[in-house]
Design a protein around this ligand. Structure first.
Ligand code: S3P
Ligand code: PEP
Length: 430
């Protein structure tokens, strides 16, 4: 258990986030599907990505970690059926079946309690229709995969939800399909898979609402790859700077436009943020951000911004309590299917801190500004809720105890050390 309080006043700070979690999953899985050997710089330290590495190791990859680099190459193909334990990671569970299928390895996909309750039919159903031999138990884990590495379908997949995981599972399957795969998206979700595939020479027609992929195209992933800094980790520090009113410089962070909806929301809320030194690194936009102390106003966030800020929406609720007027998030029912029901866990915990927040079916409404007061919180072992509430605690009177704080390691085990470094005195052991 950790205790968070305001800590000392800070004028300015700097933050360099560790490697991006979404991109690290993808480069590891593509490397597993490829014959080459790849040396990855700045691979994510998140527990979720460790789950992906363990899974591809079980599928026969050789993994060497030295001096902050991760090298993935081909090892010995396992004999018989393998168990793929995805821990807490939804991205791993939803993509790894396609990798196993392609590699010709029969497997069972499992996960921890939280992951075992999350919906898997969103990938299993379309993959089955596409021709992959995959099945789940009542739409949840465990998933069983029987190998199948050549598809020959002309398949139109009209996505019901704007999910990058679902889109990515289909794109990975599309790599070994002789026919034409057309994916139509209801809204743009993060496009790291498309960017990475194109970076390795895969011919993809990516338009605003649809993607077309044709013929078998297994990319050769070799040489070096650099993962940019994780914007979602940086988002908590941006919010901390806004709550405590200090200037923050963030360096080498991913700025892919389909990922930084949170910056667009903050700008609408009146936050002064500058981006500079923006360039492409291995296909992904990367750069620096400067955040200035700003007065925030309430905003409404709906469909067009939801998918690109999905993991940051609990933070929008937190900032809503520090913003003048009403902040509303709608069209965000997907939040209910994450590591916790993030609508409920956000509303319950912010209410406990004294925020004026109300749950609605597909989001929440927060009225600010309220003076929050520290208390003891349980964040349902959900890393994003833990970090969001730690930010809220930075702006609360007194002390806030977070009971399940160790679960931050799912995306960033260094979070509390980093926060303490930025705002001295803010984090103590209970
Ligand atoms: O593809 C990805 O890397 C992710 C996609 C999002 O999930 P959905 O695809 O379910 O929206 C996001 O919430 C998750 O943290 C990571
Ligand atoms: C939802 C998340 O990840 P995943 O779906 O991969 O578990 C997250 O990191 O917030």
């Amino acid at each position: 258990m950790l205790t968070i309080s305001k800590g000392y006043d800070v004028k300015n700070a700097e933050y360099i986030p560790a490697g991006d979690k979404s991109i690290s999953h993808r480069i590891a899985m593509l490397a597993a599907m490829s014959k080459g050997s790849v040396m990855i710089r700045n691979f994510s330290q998140a527990k979720d990505c460790e789950s992906t590495l363990k899974c591809i190791e079980a599928l026969g990859c050789r993994i060497e970690q030295k001096n902050g680099l991760v090298e993935i190459s081909q090892g010995k193909t396992p004999e018989g059926k393998v168990l793929l334990d995805c821990g807490n990671s939804g991205t791993t569970a939803r993509l790894i079946g396609v990798v196993a299928s392609f590699l010709g390895i029969e497997s069972t996909i499992v996960g921890d309690n939280s992951l075992s309750q999350r919906p898997m039919n969103r990938v299993v159903d379309p993959l089955q229709k596409f021709g992959i031999n995959i099945k789940s138990r009542k739409g949840k884990l465990p998933i069983e995969v029987i190998p199948c590495n050549n598809l020959s379908a002309n398949f139109n997949f009209d996505m019901e939800i704007a999910s990058a995981q679902v889109k990515s599972a289909m794109l990975l399957a599309g790599l070994f399909n002789k026919g034409r795969l057309t994916i139509t998206q209801p809204a743009q979700s993060r496009d790291h898979t498309e960017v990475m595939l194109k970076n390795y020479g895969v011919d993809l027609d990516v338009q605003n609402s649809y993607i077309i992929m044709e013929g078998v195209q297994i990319p050769e992933v070799s040489g070096e790859y650099e993962v940019c800094g994780d914007f979602s980790s940086a988002a908590f520090m941006i919010a901390a700077a806004l709550v405590r009113g200090f200037e923050l410089t963030i360096k080498r962070v991913g700025l892919n436009p389909t990922r930084v909806g949170f910056l667009d929301i903050l700008t609408k809320m009146g936050a002064k943020i500058e981006r500079y030194n923006v360039k492409k690194v291995d296909g992904e936009l990367t750069g620096n951000i400067k955040v200035f102390p700003s007065k925030l106003v309430g905003v409404t966030v709906s469909k067009e911004l939801v998918a690109n800020a999905i993991d940051e929406l609990p933070l929008v609720a937190v900032l809503g309590a520090f913003a003048e007027g009403t902040t509303k998030v709608i069209d965000a029912k997907e939040l209910r299917y994450k590591e916790s029901d993030r609508i409920k866990s956000t509303v319950t915990n912010l209410s406990k801190l004294g925020a004026d927040i109300e749950e609605i079916g597909d989001g929440f409404t927060v009225k600010g500004i309220t003076q929050l007061k520290g208390t003891t919180l349980n964040c349902h072992k959900d890393h994003r809720i833990i970090m969001s509430m730690a930010v809220a605690a930075l702006g609360s009177l007194g002390e806030t105890k977070i009971e399940d704080s160790k679960w931050v390691n799912i995306s960033n085990s260094q979070f509390f050390e980093e926060l303490k470094k930025m705002v001295p005195g803010s984090v103590t052991k209970a």
